[in-house]
Design a protein around this ligand. Structure first.
Ligand SMILES: NC(=O)c1ccc[n+]([C@@H]2O[C@H](COP(=O)([O-])OP(=O)(O)OC[C@H]3O[C@@H](n4cnc5c(N)ncnc54)[C@H](OP(=O)(O)O)[C@@H]3O)[C@@H](O)[C@H]2O)c1
Length: 240
């Protein structure tokens, strides 16, 4: 049984990831920036007979909230096995770089990039106490520079430019942190759920949250310790 924290797990892909990981007998803390929404999500799982879950209030863009969540976790567990940095926002439209609002870009980075970093930094001492810790950053294909250069892909490029660049930065964080932590044995990887119907895209995505959660769950349950500094989707590795 692994102890897992998933940020932004009160709904969407994070919620489904929590459900599937709890069903595989792990203990899952469902991170939620709104306490009531977190408790509601846990209640939903409890009603389905899933009791190895607990809500944890954490707003990843607010360092005081991240530190409070850390203190709360330290009072409950000795070690954290898996941190899934899932919390994310798409931001406002339009978000092309030629004319998009710079404050929108900052807000997106605050959650998707700086949020993941400060959450990881604060929880690293608990992760270091696990013999086999994983850090998983939930990224996106629209953050892949290689796919962006492929003119045949990503027809919605302008629509997700600010969001996509925050995921490119997150992927950079994945690789550089993986290298920093290599000697410690902590693995760090990126994974994308694929285009999934959630609030983030007004439920336009092609996959269900159940399907979107699958590559994240697979990576979380990976036992090969040599897998680090990589980027996955449900088909295998994604080009950076
Ligand atoms: N859906 C897709 O097609 C798709 C594709 C690729 C990658 N992703 C990534 O998958 C992850 C989950 O997204 P989703 O599609 O499941 O979207 P979602 O349904 O909108 O869920 C996003 C979650 O993140 C939380 N969140 C936002 N800002 C936060 C903050 N500052 N602190 C803590 N939690 C915060 C939200 O909380 P509230 O309920 O309080 O807003 C919510 O729980 C994101 O990282 C997203 O970029 C999604």
């Amino acid at each position: 049984m692994k102890t897992i924290l998933i940020t932004g797990a009160n709904k969407g892909i994070g919620f489904e990831t929590a459900k599937q990981l709890a069903q595989q007998n792990n203990f899952v803390y469902l991170g939620s920036r709104d306490k009531e929404n977190g408790l509601e999500a846990v209640k939903k799982l409890n009603e389905q007979g899933i009791t190895n879950v607990e809500a944890l209030e954490i707003d990843v863009s607010d360092i005081a909230s991240v530190r409070q969540a850390k203190r709360e976790l330290e009072g409950k567990i000795d070690a954290l096995d898996i941190l899934i940095n899932n919390a994310g926002i798409a931001g406002e439209q339009p978000q092309d770089f030629a004319g998009g609002d710079i404050e929108n870009l900052r807000k997106i980075f605050d959650t998707n990039f700086f949020g993941a970093i400060q959450t990881t930094q604060e929880l690293l001492p608990l992760l270091r106490k696990s013999p086999n810790a994983h850090i998983i950053n939930v990224s996106s294909e629209v953050g892949s520079i290689s796919l962006r250069l492929d003119a045949g892909r990503n027809t919605n490029r302008d629509k997700y430019n600010a969001y996509g660049s925050s995921k490119t930065a997150l992927n950079g964080f994945t690789v550089m942190l993986a290298n920093e932590l290599y000697a410690s044995g902590i693995t760090v990887n990126s994974v994308t759920p694929g285009y999934t119907a959630t609030d983030l895209n007004q439920f336009q995505g092609a996959k269900t949250p159940e399907e979107g959660a699958k590559p994240i769950v697979k990576l979380a349950m990976e036992t090969d310790r040599n897998i680090t500094a990589k980027f996955f989707n449900d088909g295998g590795e994604v080009a950076w």
